[in-house]
Design a binder for this molecule. Structure first.
Ligand code: GDP
Length: 481
């Protein structure tokens, strides 16, 4: 994945980090997932829950009373945008409560935890501190990392192969017609290049729409450009295989150069400067949207997870790697938005997620990293209830659908609460790939508004969630021993 120059820079950075760690240890926690997987809501809730500490019964250091305080701290990295925590929390909890703006690029935020260690040494030395640097970045950017080892011809071939799959064939038609009309050995023309690249981006973006919900769509910056919005580095597209001569100024050669520049200027620096320095990782997965869109979307999600996981430098840290080359020693896969289902379906959701990540997780475990999967809701927007339907009691969820959400012939106004029977997930996780399975087309998921504001007995804001405390315990609990 990386060359020796990158490795040297990574090692130097790690040595600097380690010297700083002697004073206050730092844990860099990566939060990723594809667009709308729930990263922004997860991080906002995570920070709020940790600072308030009033709703995390399964986070042991807090439950055991050893956490003295957790507060926001200035970010050590001046060159990276700060995660807009206050703005996002205000969106979720303000009068017209709405979901915050989603992740568009990398951002960071530092929390400092002061705690009393449980070890005998800790009792002698007194309270200790640890920094937790939360790094939020689009999962789409990870789908770019495998490109480092692929030539333009290989990437192009794969893009055309993907586009011929049944789920993508129709959506790809416009772009493929343009691509097949290009004469690769002809002199390069900027207007044609822009047209082709825009058509390719439009195809990727259509694939991502709710009805298709496809996931494996590199290059990641085409859908999630971050600070490269409108940049010429993003104006290329794949071309069909070419055998004959391709002069230096030809269409094909210019596209190839742009692809190589993208790898060099965009992909490699992201890997080196951010990704290679992460200690622990949570991968958020919107399993329900893929299930809703059908087996092709689930299959695509599975490939995207495998691609994402193949990029992780996973493994347990030995003395050498701890000094020079950080490895990710824990990975948590979390299926988000579990509040769209009744709790009696959460186990099935977890089993489906386990099934989707099985190979990727096995590989990480083989390298020595600990992995776990769970179904969670960062901010729980629904309650549970029961309704009688044709003599049968159905387990429902109750919440306020967002303005404009619709089901059957009803469109909701964002004010009225409803009880919804979301349907049942299949008992056998492998049936999510079966186009004839009974759950297909039976599931009903609506976007709900965030919950009405709740407070604890001290009048402090309390955000409801599902299993966020278990996620936090897995990710950082052992660092507060
Ligand atoms: P990002 O693109 O990964 O940053 O995704 P966001 O965190 O912005 O989440 C995308 C959308 O998913 C939000 O606007 C919400 O509609 C929904 N969402 C995220 N987390 C939850 C959750 O815990 N419960 C519910 N009901 N919806 C959620």
């Amino acid at each position: 994945m990386s060359n020796w120059a990158d490795e040297t820079l990574i090692a130097l950075d790690n040595v600097v980090d380690n010297v700083q760690n002697i004073f206050t240890p730092t844990l860099r926690l990566g939060v990723t997932g594809l667009s709308r997987a729930g990263k922004t809501v997860f991080i906002t809730s995570l920070i709020h829950q940790l600072i308030e500490g009033n709703n995390l019964p399964l986070f042991k250091p807090l439950a055991n009373g050893r956490v003295i305080g957790i507060k926001l701290a200035p970010s050590p990295n001046q060159g990276i945008p700060r995660f807009a925590y206050e703005e996002h929390l205000a969106a979720l909890t303000g009068n017209d409560r709405h979901w915050p703006t989603s992740t568009r690029q990398i951002s960071e935020l530092r929390l400092t935890v002061k705690y009393q260690s449980a070890t005998w040494m800790g009792n002698i030395t007194g309270p200790q501190e640890v920094h937790i640097d939360i790094v939020d970045y689009p999962g789409e950017w990870l789908l770019d990392l495998p490109l480092i080892n692929k030539s333009y011809a290989q990437w192009s071939m794969q893009a055309f192969e993907n586009a011929s799959e049944p789920a993508r064939r129709d959506i790809a038609r416009g772009w493929k017609t343009l691509a097949n009309a290009v004469k690769p050995s002809a002199e390069f023309d900027e207007a044609d290049a822009q047209k082709l690249s825009s058509a390719f981006k439009a195809y990727l973006s259509d694939c991502r729409e709710d009805t298709h919900a496809l996931s494996a769509l590199p290059p990641g910056r085409f859908l999630m450009p971050g600070d490269l919005e409108g940049s010429p580095a993003l104006s290329f597209a794949p071309l069909p295989p070419q055998s004959g001569a391709k002069p230096n100024t030809s269409f094909y050669a210019t596209m190839e150069k742009r692809y190589e520049a993208y790898k060099h200027l965009v992909v490699r620096p992201f890997f080196r400067d951010h990704f290679a320095r992460i200690d622990r990782q949570i991968v958020l997965v919107d399993t329900l949207s893929a299930l809703n869109a059908g087996p092709a979307a689930v299959k695509d999600l599975q490939s995207a997870i495998a691609e994402i996981l193949s990029c992780f430098r996973a493994g347990s840290n030995n003395i050498f790697s701890a000094l020079f080359s950080t490895r990710i020693d824990k990975i948590l896969f979390a299926s988000t938005k579990a509040d769209h289902l009744h709790h009696t379906s959460h186990n099935q959701l977890e089993m489906i997620l386990n099934h989707l990540v099985a190979n990727a997780a096995k590989d990480a475990q083989f390298k020595g990293a600990a992995t776990s999967s769970l179904a969670l809701s960062s901010v729980r927007a629904t309650r549970e209830g029961q309704v009688e339907h044709e003599g049968e009691m159905l387990e429902t969820i109750i919440g306020t659908p967002q303005t404009g959400e619709s089901l059957s012939d009803k469109t909701y106004d964002g004010k009225k609460e409803i009880a919804l029977f979301p349907g049942e997930l299949p008992d056998k996780p492998e049936s999510v790939f079966d186009p004839d399975a009974s759950h297909i087309g039976q599931l009903k998921f609506l976007r709900f508004r965030p919950p009405a504001t709740q407070t604890d007995t001290n009048g402090h804001l309390k955000l409801p969630h599902i299993r966020l405390d278990r996620a936090i315990q897995f990710l950082i609990g052992d660092k507060l021993q």
